[in-house]
Each structure stands twice: as structure tokens, then as C-alpha cells.
Ligand binder design. Structure first.
Ligand SMILES: Cc1cc2nc3c(=O)[nH]c(=O)nc-3n(C[C@H](O)[C@H](O)[C@H](O)COP(=O)(O)OP(=O)(O)OC[C@H]3O[C@@H](n4cnc5c(N)ncnc54)[C@H](O)[C@@H]3O)c2cc1C
Length: 464
């Protein structure tokens, strides 16, 4: 199915006619810039980079590329961590950041309508100004686009209580690889006319269609929020505390986990007074009215104490809350400064298996002599084992890749998933069949072929 045709001069002329000459780039600067995304160790140079400004322009580009059998790789801000926008077989990188209009925020219908290039934070801020909340908040929210969020079905710190991006997608307008424009869903809360294609496009990683307009659900903003943290001597206690919190009838907005490697790295970087002797740290939060927050924070604290928390802190002010959350936000930059290369991975297990998973990761790290810190969304069972190393040490790089292979195998063995939020992309494609089975993968390929008969859209990724 993968096409390898390169765009010729005639195609370039026609693309320039469709989107304007200045929005078609083939200069070395552009080709190098769009050869990579936020995923380490993966690159592939495109032949052209095209910046459309409307649905009609996207449709024109796709029709031309389909006719010429040239690959097209949709791209937002390129922050994905699975090499989803790396042009494996060249072709056109289709950058959607010029389509960045926030078209409407309706407090009557509780929806936002926007183009895919709007950044997540722009929508969140515009919604907040109207007393509304757009809950999905990936760590990359200042840079990532909503189109990228939907295509990856991103999660964030609030997923435990509010769900993930998929739960906020009411409607999608998309251009098929052959150039037809479809709409699925809209501003309706209830709509069961036809297959639920908007759901299928959510998490489709740019392999089925290019989304050009999104209708997203908003909710009333909570009055206020509370934040706290609890230290544990070992991670089994922390994991038991997570289960006890969830069994206590409280659904926290945030329930995040850091292991000892991460605690040490954050303290070394941010100097915020963390206890580096602790074996694990939980950061928790709740939002709602003042009464709910007080009651739930108390219950969470009790659950942590019952499982042996050695120290508890509840923020008394928003400045203190921001400081506690800083411990979580600082994990990635803190780990990244330890070595030149950081590989951040993503796996999910049932919440009751978190301790088994983290112990397995630690055992793999010890056996292979790797430095792996694990942090993540404990409330969702979604962990981010992160290895830091020197890329010049090829043996260590190979060891890290093999370590992740072992970690993903363990996640599957524990009834988990090879990815909770970062997607399959290029990086996890070899693992996909291990999790889903051959029949399931064959069905994905048939779905891909129905959308994209000539295999031009993001080839070498999902559905390949
Ligand atoms: C520091 C950091 C923190 C992060 N934190 C989180 C986190 O907390 N949670 C999380 O889930 N992820 C996180 N990520 C991963 C990443 O930010 C998300 O996957 C994000 O949604 C990608 O958005 P983007 O605009 O950068 O998309 P891109 O990386 O440009 O593209 C991602 C995928 O979407 C496709 N695509 C993009 N736009 C469209 C479109 N309009 N139509 C069809 N397909 C399209 C692309 O082909 C690609 O497959 C993080 C990344 C970094 C670097």
C-alpha cells in the first residue's frame, strides 16, 4: 500500500496554484525542520512542506497528491512522541498551523468550534474567559494543536476525573485522502446517525483523513481547586494509596506519581525542598466548590495515611498549590538535563498493577545498567518510564530500546496497553500486533484502505 512517488515539478506548480507559491516550500531549511518531531532517534526528510489555509486548500492538495500517489503527512505542532509526523517515505508534510481560527465559543450550547491549528491553551484560555472549562490538558498544551490532540486522542493531568480528548469531540469536518469533505457529528449531545466516524478519527494519527474543523464540548468551570502531596517509603505503599483513594468514593481531578529517580532529579533542578530519601511521591488534587474540596482532600489524606504516608502536605494557597504542581511539571525537564538524550515512553496498566509495573521497570533498569525514572498519571494507570543516556553510547541506546521492548511486553502481560496517550506512530507499530492480535490488525488495515485506497496518507504508520 505504501507509495514512494516523489512530487515532480508539475505537481509543485499545481500545489502552488492551489495554496499560493509562498506556502509551498522545498528549501533545505524547511525540509530539515520538518524531518523530525519531538520523538528522539527518528527522522525522514520530506520533499515538500505545504501550509494550507482552508478546507478547500487541504482538499485540493490531497486530490493532487492522490492523483500523483505522493505521500501526505498531516502535522500540527510536531510535539508527538511516537514519530507520527516523521515522513518515512518522503512526500508532502501538510502543516495545519495556518488554520488557527477559533471560530466560536457558545455558552448556550457549551461548545467551541475551531480550526485544527488552534493551540490547546488558546482554547482553554478563551473558554475560561467565559466561565467554561476545556478539560484535556496535555503537558504540551502551550504548543500542541487541537488537531494534533484529537488525532492522538491526548490525555492530561485532569483525565482521571474529566476523561480524555475523545470525550470532548462532538463533531469533526475532515478531508478524505481522495479529496472529499465529510462531517461527522456536530454540536449535538445526541446523534447516532451512521457509524461514529468522529470517534474513529479520534486517535487515527493522521492516517485516515485530515481534520479541518472541530466542534468540542465544554463544561462549566469549577469554582476552585485544592492540591496536596504525600511521600511514601516505597512505591507499593503509594500504589495501594491510589487504590484506597479511588475506593473511598472520591474521584480526584489529579493523582500523579513520581518514583525516587524522578524526585531526586526534580529536586536537583527545581530546589523546591522535596524529600529525596522518599521512595515515591503522590501529588493529588480536587476541584469543585469549597465544601467538596475540603471533604475530598481530607478523604484523600486519610487514605494516604492509612497506607503509610510518611509526610503529607496540603497547599494552603494557590501559590503553594502551584509549587506542588511544579514538582510534577518539572519532571521531564529535570530528567532531560541529566544526559543529552531522553526517551520518554508511555504504557498503561490496570491501576491495581501499577506497583508490579514500576517494580518491573526498575528491575529492567538495574539489570541493563540504565537510568530510568518513572512518573505518570497514577490515577489512570498511565506510566511514563523515561530513560536518559548518552546518544554516543550506541550500546546503551540499543539496550534502552530492548528495555522498552521488555517493558511493553510486561504491560501487555498485565492486561495493559503499549500506549495510553502518545500513540502508535512509527515507534510502537512493531508492538501493535502483539497487543491487538493479527485479526484485529488486519481489520485496521481494511478500514485504512476504505478511507485511503492508494495509501497516501501518513504511510508506514497505523493501518500499514
Ligand atoms: C513536553 C511534552 C509533553 C507532552 N505531554 C503530553 C500529555 O500530557 N499527554 C499526551 O497525551 N501527550 C503529551 N505529549 C505528546 C503530544 O504533545 C500530543 O500528542 C499532542 O496532542 C500532539 O499535538 P501536535 O499539534 O504537536 O500534533 P503533531 O505532533 O503535529 O501530530 C500528531 C499526530 O496527529 C496527526 N495530525 C495532526 N494534525 C492533524 C489534523 N488536523 N488532521 C489529522 N491528523 C492530524 C499527525 O499526522 C500525527 O500523527 C507531550 C509532548 C511533549 C513534547
Amino acid at each position: 500500500m505504501v507509495t514512494t512517488a516523489a512530487p515532480g515539478e508539475r505537481l509543485r506548480d499545481r500545489l502552488e496554484q492551489a495554496v499560493g507559491a509562498r506556502n509551498v516550500r522545498g528549501d533545505p531549511g524547511a525540509l530539515v525542520t520538518y524531518a523530525t518531531d519531538a520523538t528522539p532517534l527518528q527522522r525522514g526528510e520530506p520533499d515538500l512542506v505545504v501550509f494550507p489555509a482552508s478546507t478547500e486548500e487541504v482538499a485540493a492538495v490531497l486530490r493532487l497528491a492522490d492523483e500523483a500517489r505522493v505521500p501526505v503527512i498531516p502535522r500540527g505542532s510536531g510535539t508527538n512522541l511516537s514519530a507520527g509526523t516523521v515522513p518515512l517515505s518522503g512526500g508532502i508534510v501538510l502543516v495545519l498551523t495556518r488554520m488557527n481560527r477559533l471560530l466560536e465559543i457558545s455558552d448556550a450550547d457549551l461548545v467551541a468550534v475551531c480550526e485544527p491549528g488552534v493551540r490547546t491553551i488558546e482554547l482553554a484560555e478563551a473558554a475560561a474567559a467565559k466561565g467554561l472549562l476545556f478539560p484535556p490538558d496535555p503537558g504540551s498544551h502551550t504548543t500542541a494543536t487541537l488537531g494534533g490532540n484529537v488525532a492522538e486522542c491526548s490525555g492530561g493531568l485532569r483525565a482521571l476525573k474529566y476523561g480524555i480528548t475523545r470525550d470532548y469531540v462532538l463533531g469533526v469536518q475532515a478531508v478524505l485522502p481522495t479529496g472529499e469533505v465529510i462531517r461527522s457529528g456536530g454540536r449535538l449531545v445526541k446523534d447516532v446517525a451512521g457509524y461514529d466516524l468522529r470517534r474513529l478519527l479520534c486517535g487515527s494519527e493522521g492516517t485516515l483523513a485530515v481534520m479541518t474543523e472541530l466542534t468540542l464540548r465544554l463544561v462549566p468551570a469549577p469554582e476552585s481547586s485544592g492540591t496536596g502531596m504525600a511521600y511514601f517509603t516505597d512505591l507499593r505503599e503509594a500504589a495501594r494509596a491510589v487504590s484506597r483513594v479511588l475506593a473511598s468514593g472520591v474521584l480526584p481531578v489529579t493523582l500523579e506519581f513520581l518514583d525516587q529517580v524522578c524526585i531526586g532529579a526534580v529536586e536537583d533542578y527545581a530546589c523546591i525542598g522535596l524529600d529525596t530519601d522518599a521512595g515515591a511521591l503522590l501529588i493529588f488534587g480536587q476541584d469543585g466548590d469549597a465544601h467538596t474540596i475540603e471533604r475530598d482532600m481530607e478523604r484523600i489524606a486519610q487514605a494516604c495515611e492509612a497506607e503509610g504516608a510518611t509526610e503529607l502536605r496540603i497547599a494552603g494557597s494557590s501559590a503553594e498549590a502551584a509549587e506542588l504542581l511544579e514538582a510534577r511539571r518539572a519532571v521531564l525537564p529535570s530528567l532531560s538535563r541529566l544526559e543529552p538524550l531522553t526517551i520518554l515512553e508511555d504504557a498503561t496498566v490496570p491501576r491495581s498493577r501499577i506497583a508490579d509495573m514500576v517494580e518491573h521497570i526498575q528491575a529492567v533498569a538495574r539489570r541493563r545498567g540504565l537510568r530510568i525514572g518513572t512518573f505518570g498519571h497514577a490515577g489512570d494507570g498511565n506510566l511514563h518510564p523515561t530513560v536518559v543516556l548518552d546518544p554516543a553510547d550506541q550500546e546503551a541506546v540499543q539496550g534502552a530500546l530492548e528495555a522498552f521492548d521488555e517493558i511493553f511486553a510486561k504491560a501487555i502481560e498485565l492486561d495493559g496497553s503499549i500506549t495510553g496517550e502518545h500513540g502508535v506512530g512509527i515507534v510502537k507499530l512493531p508492538q501493535l500486533e502483539r497487543q491487538l492480535g493479527a485479526d484485529h490488525v488486519a481489520l485496521l488495515r481494511r478500514i485504512k484502505a476504505a478511507f485511503d485506497p492508494h495509501g497516501i496518507l501518513n504511510p508506514g504508520k497505523l493501518g500499514s
